[in-house]
Every structure is written in C-alpha cells, then in structure tokens.
Design a binder for this molecule. Sequence first.
Ligand SMILES: [Zn+2]
Length: 291
Amino acid sequence: MAAGEQLAGAKPKALMTARQQLRQALQRGKLVHAYLLAGGSEAARMELARYLAATLNCQEPREGEPCGRCRSCQQMAGGNHPDFYLFKPQGATLKIDQIRELERQLTFRAFQGGARVAVLAGADTMTEAAANCLLKTLEEPPEGAYLILLAAQPDLLLPTIRSRCQELHLGGEGGVSPAGATYWNRLAGAGLAAMLQEILPELEKEDDLPAVLQAMALACRDQLVWQLTGTATLLLQPGYLLPVPLSPAKAWRCFQLIQAARAAIERNGNRRLALEVLMFNLHRELASTPE
Ligand SMILES: [Zn+2]
C-alpha cells in the first residue's frame, strides 16, 4: 500500500503540528531522548519517526529540515542507514529478544558520527517482559541515542514506559473507530460462511484497515476487562459488549488473533490473506466449546 494512501486516513493537521513541535525542539537543542508518537495511522507515525531520524543525521539540515541530498539523507531514503534501527512486532507482539537486540545495537558508537535512532513500531504490542527490559534503556539512554516508540493505542503501554517518553499525538485521540466494534459484534454472531462472504469483503475495503482492526481488538479487550472487573468505567467502547459473553481466555485469544492480523497487514499489506487467516482462526475460537 502506498504511504500516501494510508496517510489519507490520518489527520494531516495533527501530523503537521507534531512535526512542527519536533522541529522547534531540534532548533532549540531541546530534544529529549525518548518520544512516543501516538495515535494517527501507522504510516503517519513512521513518517514522523523517519523525519526526526533524517534530520538528526543530515549533514546539511536547513531550518530543521533534512536536505534530502547528502549521503545520510540518501541512506535514510534507501532504508539502509547504518545508525537507524527499526523494530517491528514479530507475529502479534514486540518481544524481549528484540529489546535485547536493540540494547546491544545501541552500545555501539554511531557509524557516521551522528545520532543513533531506534524506532519501535507497534510499541503498544510489547510483552510485559519486553517493556520491563526497555525500561532500563529508557532510564539511562546511551549517549547520542534516540528512542522513538510508535503506538496506535498508547493506553496499552505500561505507565512507567509512558512517563519516560515525551508524547506527541497524531490525531484520533480516543481514536477508536466505532466500525471496529461493530464488526466485532457481527463476527461474534456469524457463521464461517457469513464471515468469509459478507464480513471479509467489507473489511477488505476499509480505508484504514489497521485502525479498524485495532478498534476490533479493543472491543475484545473490553470484553475481557468487563468479565474480570465488572467495572464499566474501564471500558473503552461501552455499548459494544457481546450479548453472550466470551470467557476471559477466549476473549484474550481473539484479541491476540486480531492484533496478529493487524501486524501482518502492516508488515506486508496482503489484506486478503491476513483476513482469511483471521476469519478461520476467529471462527475456530468462537465456535469451540465454552471453557
Ligand atoms: Zn541531508
């Protein structure tokens, strides 16, 4: 999928404001070492992270913008800058081994004498072990290293992680698309044929499918929270609880299945395949005997 296509679903104004904030911080020498880029689309979050990395490493930046011509800018554009590290979820989650690898990379000196920038895409999918491991790096970041966390749903991050990052919002605050919860309710009541023939084609046509899947996953999360706590104020999308509740274990597995589909689509863009896998897995989960 073209970046522009995904960006169409973002709120460009929020993106431009966030970019402006970063540029001012750069020009005043007030950058912090950890940013959390929250909300908006994955493409918008990534664009901002790349802008920051390019500007920090550009050999001739002009008024806070990368020149686009120097060796560093060309390497950034070509995706082979030696001091830029990108970590993405493996399957449904960012894992502790990836955070350890990130720590290891950051112990080296910058190859080109500029800044080392590590981007954690899908930071809101970090396992608890990964998050605890990352805390150490956030507390004492190596000299000249910048960490940029990208999260569709910053609320899913540990508060200890969040408090150590400066947050920039790219729009869609509280940005849960109601379409996601509606799809979830329909899926939970549908047979496999309806899932594949009616719901899948509609989902496939959604402009910002990752955001819709995210909202669907959050509807599962609400189901789980409701059954475990019975506290309505903890729900993100009240009004979408299923009439026949799922067990917490099933709700948790559905949540993971949806997150895995979202990650797969953001990774390789094959919507049809990811959605078919999701439908089969959800059907198996929802149709199996209650626990
Ligand atoms: Zn440059």
